[in-house]
Design a protein around this ligand. Structure first.
Ligand code: NAP
Length: 470
């Protein structure tokens, strides 16, 4: 492994901050701390994966290369000499929270919201039923993705249902409906490309439990569905007839009115030959997943939207046949050992980013990103969010609530002494180079390496190659 090169502890040293989670929220936090603080600050940017970028690497759909290119901007913060990337370290396993806090003056939790939300309907645990988080992790090559389960669920799938009408649901529907040649240039792992190419998808149905005026997807992502090589988007004109309340909602919501205009353009589409039917259906909520030893369909209840904007059942049911059901109904955060989350919101209670414990601000503990505000917004939303948290942290530093308090052991040395294998920036560069080299073998810009061991092996090989010979 590369030498961390950290300075010897010194009581005159800069403020030392650990940021837990090297996704966009963590990287923007590190950037704000090192570039905006009036006092010197150094940051240890921890991640449980050997790779940085969080959902930019393992969430943004691989067929959205322009959005994923934000990693180049994020990389600049990693290159800052005041920031030390420390990957492959799990807080709660490799080091306790208490211990971590003893190594630094302040901690900012930015580890996101990795869990899925369940539908809480019968049949949800059948083979062939997946959370979008499972499928997204798999197609992005997340080391913890359950390959066997996802690949078994995809085997032979002709008809898929995606529950939910957010942007993640559209990502999933689009990836399932795309032709292999559209996915080939992405950085998806090779086995993901192979499995998707072998999946004989004929129909993908996206189900909204409320009306088109209530969908949370954004218009650019919606419009993209109509540009796929082998899919035809189908919309039932009856779903687009709005009652006065929905009309009123539309008038005050630009995104919803643009969405509706796009959906109306598609209302005349007819299924075409052997093209994938990409159906967008509204006013249907799943009540049960059907099947004995694997999913065969979803029983849905027709809904209406009440005066409060809620979906209410009408007592009319139908079955949508499906061999795969992907629920895409939002993410939720979980606690770390020693850091509880509010079970209802799945976020860490906080005020302007200051962690609240027993109703009061806990000195030296902060949050940013999805674990602070919940799973909403785009990557850039985290920049503003991180700045708010960093402002709270710096105000506390100025007020003497947190101080560069005396000598502390170096975190990386402690981790190594305990048998952990921290992945530092040079190691990540080696992984990065190995992925680019792997991609080049098939004429691609990069191929994501899926297995944690493969990622670590790339880092170790580079470290061995650069180690001075005795
Ligand atoms: P989301 O936007 O909150 O959408 C969740 C969807 O699930 C909503 O349509 C919601 O419907 C539905 N839902 C929730 N519970 C349900 C239930 N029990 N039964 C049926 N439907 C249910 O969440 P997301 O799609 O996971 O996205 C998370 C965030 O990431 C969003 O801010 C999103 O914009 C962002 N993102 C952006 C991009 C992009 O910019 N390209 C891509 C991916 C994600 P109701 O409204 O009726 O509750």
């Amino acid at each position: 492994m590369a030498d961390d090169g950290s300075p010897a502890p010194d009581s005159e040293r800069p403020l030392r901050v650990a940021v837990v989670g090297a996704g966009p929220a963590g990287i923007y936090t590190a950037e704000a701390l090192t570039r905006r603080a009036p006092v010197p600050v150094t940051v240890d940017l921890l991640d449980r994966l050997p790779t940085p970028f969080g959902l930019v690497r393992h969430g943004i759909a691989p067929d959205h290369p322009k959005m994923r290119a934000i990693r180049d901007t994020l990389h600049r913060a990693l290159d800052d000499p005041g920031v030390r990337f420390v990957g492959n370290v799990e807080v709660g396993t490799d080091i306790t929270l208490e211990d971590l806090r003893a190594h630094v003056d302040a901690v900012v939790y930015t580890y996101g919201a990795a869990l899925d939300r369940p539908l809480a309907v019968d049949g949800e645990d059948l083979p062939g039923s997946l959370a979008a988080t499972d499928l997204v992790a798999w197609y992005c090559g997340h080391p913890d993705a359950d390959r066997a389960r996802v690949e078994a669920a995809l085997a032979g799938v002709r008809r898929a249902v995606v529950v939910g009408v957010g942007n993640v649901a559209l990502d999933v529907a689009r990836v399932l409906a795309r032709a292999p040649q559209e996915l080939e240039p992405t950085d998806m792992p090779q086995h993901v490309l192979d499995v998707l190419a072998a999946t004989p998808v004929e129909e993908v149905t996206v189900l909204g439990r409320r009306g088109p005026a209530n969908a949370s997807f954004t218009t650019m992502e919606l419009r993209e569905l109509d540009g796929l090589d082998r899919a035809t988007v189908l919309v039932d004109p009856a779903d687009l007839e709005l009652d006065p309340a929905a009309e009123e909602r539309l008038a005050g919501d630009r995104n919803a009115s643009r969405n509706l205009a796009v959906l109306r353009e598609w209302a005349g589409h007819e299924p075409a030959g052997d093209r994938v039917r990409l159906r967008l259906r509204f006013y249907r909520r799943p009540v049960r997943l059907l099947g004995a030893d694997r999913v065969t369909g979803v029983e849905v209840e027709r809904t209406a939207v009440d005066g409060e904007g809620r979906a209410v059942g009408t007592g009319e049911y139908e079955v949508v046949p499906a061999d795969l059901v992907v629920r895409s109904v939002g993410y939720r955060g979980e606690g770390l050992p020693g850091l509880p989350v509010d079970p209802r919101s799945g976020t860490v209670p906080n005020e302007d980013g200051r962690v609240l414990r027993d109703g009061g601000a806990s000195a030296g503990e902060y949050v940013a990103g999805w674990i602070k505000r919940g799973p909403s917004g785009v990557v850039g939303t985290n920049k503003h969010d991180a700045r708010e948290t960093v402002a709270s942290l710096l105000a506390d530093a100025e007020a003497g609530v947190i101080t560069p308090g005396g000598d502390r052991d170096d975190l990386v040395q402690t981790l190594r002494a305990r048998g952990a294998e921290p992945v530092l920036l040079e190691d990540w560069r080696a992984i990065d180079a190995a992925e680019v080299a792997l991609g080049a073998t098939r004429g691609r810009a990069r191929t994501t390496m899926h297995e944690r061991e493969a990622l670590l092996a790339a880092a170790r090989a580079a470290a061995r190659a650069s180690a001075p010979t005795a």
